[in-house]
Design a protein around this ligand. Structure first.
Ligand SMILES: NC(=O)c1ccc[n+]([C@@H]2O[C@H](COP(=O)([O-])OP(=O)(O)OC[C@H]3O[C@@H](n4cnc5c(N)ncnc54)[C@H](O)[C@@H]3O)[C@@H](O)[C@H]2O)c1
Length: 279
């Protein structure tokens, strides 16, 4: 694997592109428009300078990154890529449309991966003629710093594809877990219901500070669940809880009504200036 196509250069796509380029891969990153591409490139520059400033990455390591990353607005420009990683918004019809197009334009031997955090890899792969080469590569934010890569295999993903993406993940320096294709995979299946339960406690009258202190001091979590919910985004959290609820058809995943009200009121967490805390 030498050449990687990343589709989307938002928060995740830009982090994924940087991590691959730093590990020596040639990266082509594709966006919808020149403006979106410029925004993505600017975000990557900011991330690199902040990582160097914080001494997480060295100037030496990052020197060649910019020679390895190329931008485009056409998927065809990545047609000879060995691996594609899609990181566009979390909407199944949007992802399926892109996978249909990728299947048409990208060489037949290439693996097509999605960075989805909750959608079915089986449903994404079903629109292609190579479902055995469609797999989930779920990176965590911020990608350059987070050690985990969750690989998700659909009912049709082949062993060979899983082994190939494992090797790529190891080359990036990630620790790997392989998840089955059910809502939430492994990490969000455990994490998101915990954040949802913390919201229930606030609905019952506890303060966010009390709940967070309980979990930071009593369970040794580095950040409390409600602070984390604010960082993730209350809308994103509600969305993931709804997909667990629908996907398993199990009332134990019922989304907390307070989360619904917060989303309706525009209290989306850090990004909107207010969630469980004010920013
Ligand atoms: N944000 C997180 O913490 C996180 C963590 C793990 C996984 N994910 C998943 O990663 C994916 C991307 O999330 P994000 O937070 O980076 O979103 P984002 O909104 O920051 O970025 C999405 C990017 O995709 C681009 N885009 C949209 N349609 C496109 C198309 N047809 N072709 C090319 N580019 C297109 C947008 O212009 C945007 O730059 C989602 O599936 C999300 O669930 C997110």
């Amino acid at each position: 694997m030498k050449k990687i196509l990343v589709v989307g250069s938002g928060l995740m796509g830009s982090g994924i592109s940087l991590s691959f380029a730093k590990a020596g891969f040639d990266v082509i990153v594709v966006e919808r428009s020149e403006d979106d591409l410029q925004r993505g490139m600017d975000m990557m520059k900011k991330t690199v300078s902040s990582l160097v400033k914080k001494e997480k990455w060295t100037d030496e390591e990052t020197g060649q990154i910019w020679e390895r990353i190329h931008g485009s607005t056409k998927l065809e420009d990545g047609k000879d890529a060995n691996l594609v990683i899609e990181a566009i918004p979390e909407k199944l019809p949007l992802k399926q449309e892109v996978f249909r197009e990728l299947d048409r334009v990208i060489q037949k031997e290439a693996i097509l991966a999605s960075n989805t955090s909750s959608l079915s890899i089986s449903a994404i792969g079903s629109v292609t003629h190579r479902p055995e080469k469609v797999v989930g590569m779920h990176f965590f934010s911020p990608v350059p710093l987070m050690d985990l890569l969750e690989i998700v295999r659909s009912l049709k993903t082949s062993d060979e594809t899983v082994e190939q993406v494992k090797a790529v993940g190891k080359h990036l320096g990630k620790k790997i877990i392989v998840a089955k294709d059910y809502p939430g995979f492994i990490v969000n299946r455990v994490l998101v219901p915990m954040l949802n339960e913390a919201a229930y406690l606030v609905m019952e009258g506890y303060t966010p500070e009390e709940v967070d202190q309980g979990m930071t001091l009593g369970a040794n979590h580095p950040v409390g669940p409600l602070r984390l919910a604010d960082y993730v985004g209350i809308d994103v959290l509600l969305n993931t809880m709804e997909s667990l609820h629908e996907g398993f058809n199990d009332s134990k995943y019922r989304p907390c009504p307070l989360l619904k009200r917060m989303v309706e009121a525009g209290l989306l967490g850090k990004k909107s200036g207010k969630g469980f805390y004010s920013y």
